[in-house]
Design a protein around this ligand. Structure first.
Ligand code: ACO
Length: 401
């Protein structure tokens, strides 16, 4: 056992840990996961309690600041977020430069990075107030940018954010097809969306958050750091899984086809995995999946939606959980297994599913970025490698090769 405190920074000890399954890259006080017990805490608060009693913006405040806000603090935070939700008008020109049928995540990556071209003051990351403002801007503008990307991709005019709506309802209003009045917006839909945002808000050092931290460790500004996080999230092994789950369920199509999908996923040669199953940390169950599973029935019932894909999903879960392959490898449904069915019921198009995840995870990304900037132990992230290439050899001129 080594006393870490006594070791110099470079110890001569070298670990090879592909995928960083056993390597902590930082200390963090934001989110705690016990993968064996299926526990997830934001700043010490169980996800189940936050899901039941809180709202997304309050959770965002908690993640950023470490404590739940008083009513005065929450009112100020909500006011600030609301008043930073507009996009700079020149963003339109930038957005309209994308191909009309571009994937929204492709547009999001570019749009987020370009924020650093619009908000020069917050490029001064030495100033704590500018850091805080940048975090607020990101949380505030993310839904506006997301809705604009969606509307552009389907040829609708962009809708401005309404200050008299609260965070999630404002987003639904910007997305909405029909020019509905706020009162006509469905409270069930807003509550369901808000709950999904809470469940996706943070998850310690997942691939996208680690990416944000790696970019942030170089001193790069928060906008490009978060843009890099959006890019990492897009992959189907990470946030892209929610889109992939729905496509998979649609391909399976009927409960009778479930068993052959399970068999195919067990066959390594097939290259097919059950999307929405398995997790690097949860080896018991994903507590978020439990909450979403229960919520899916409720939301579909309340919205009066009868989606045959829910039956396929339930059958798939049942078949996989009975199968030795999945049991031995501790592969359980993760947060994304059911979230797509809810998004679909809310009228969110499949290509926007990962964007939904990105809106929520922005709260976590900016909280980690802020924590990192305040961390005296923060150094540039610079993993090492095990070299497997050629030994030293002499250069041969092109004519002699
Ligand atoms: N279907 C079939 N087999 C699987 C699955 C799956 N979904 N997931 C893992 N396995 C198998 C692997 O083939 C491997 O088998 P082996 O031991 O015989 O070689 C074993 O389970 C362990 O899998 P790894 O890939 O080593 O696990 P890792 O921790 O690296 O990956 C991951 C975790 C990426 C989530 C993986 O389970 C997966 O690809 N799942 C499907 C995609 C998905 O749902 N991603 C969302 C993750 S949650 C999130 O980001 C919000």
């Amino acid at each position: 056992c080594i006393d870490i405190a006594k070791l110099p920074k470079e110890t001569g000890c070298f670990t090879y840990d592909p995928g960083f399954g056993a390597t902590a890259s930082c200390k963090s006080a934001i989110t705690y996961i016990d993968g064996d017990a299926g526990v997830l805490l934001y700043r010490g608060y169980p996800i189940e309690q936050l899901a039941e009693k809180s709202n997304f913006l309050e959770v965002a405040y908690l993640l950023m600041n470490g404590e739940l806000p008083t009513s005065g603090e929450f009112a100020r935070f909500e006011h600030e977020v609301t008043h930073h939700s507009m996009m700079h008008e020149a963003f339109r020109t930038f957005l309209y430069g994308f191909r009309h049928d571009a994937h929204p995540m492709a547009m999001m990556t570019g749009m987020l990075g370009s924020l650093s071209a619009f908000y020069h003051n917050s490029l001064n990351i030495e100033d704590p107030e500018q850091r805080r403002l940048a975090a607020i801007r990101l949380i505030a503008k993310m839904p506006t940018i997301a809705a604009a990307c969606h509307r552009y991709s389907i040829g609708w005019p962009i809708r401005y954010p309404r200050n008299n709506l609260e965070y999630t309802t404002r987003f639904l209003h910007m997305m909405n097809e029909v020019p509905s009045e706020p009162l006509e917006l469905n409270p069930v839909a807003a509550k369901a969306m808000d709950l999904l945002f809470i469940l996706h808000a943070d998850h310690e050092q997942n691939a996208s958050t680690s990416t944000v931290r790696l970019v942030g460790s170089t001193g790069a500004n928060p906008y490009v750091s978060v843009a890099a996080g959006v890019a990492a999230l897009w992959g189907p092994a990470h946030g892209g899984a929610n889109e992939a789950v729905l496509k998979m369920l649609a391909e399976i199509g009927r409960p009778e086809n479930v068993q052959s999908a399970v068999d195919k996923a067990k066959d390594k040669e097939s290259g097919f995995r059950l999307m929405g199953f398995g997790h690097r940390v949860y080896k018991n169950f994903d507590p978020r999946a439990k909450i979403i599973r229960a919520m899916t029935h409720k939301v579909l019932g309340e919205l009066g939606v009868n989606d045959p894909l829910l039956e396929v999903a339930l059958k798939l879960e049942e078949a996989a959980l009975k199968d030795d392959y999945f049991v031995q490898r501790k592969l359980y449904p993760n947060v994304d297994f059911y979230s797509g069915i809810i998004y679909k019921a809310l009228g969110i198009p499949v290509e926007m599913f990962t964007v939904m995840f990105a809106i929520a995870r922005t709260a976590g990304w900016v909280s980690h970025w802020l924590e990192q900037q305040n961390d005296p132990e923060n150094r540039i992230g610079r993993p090492r490698q095990i070299y497997t290439g050629a030994a030293t050899r002499d250069f041969v001129g092109i004519g002699a090769r």
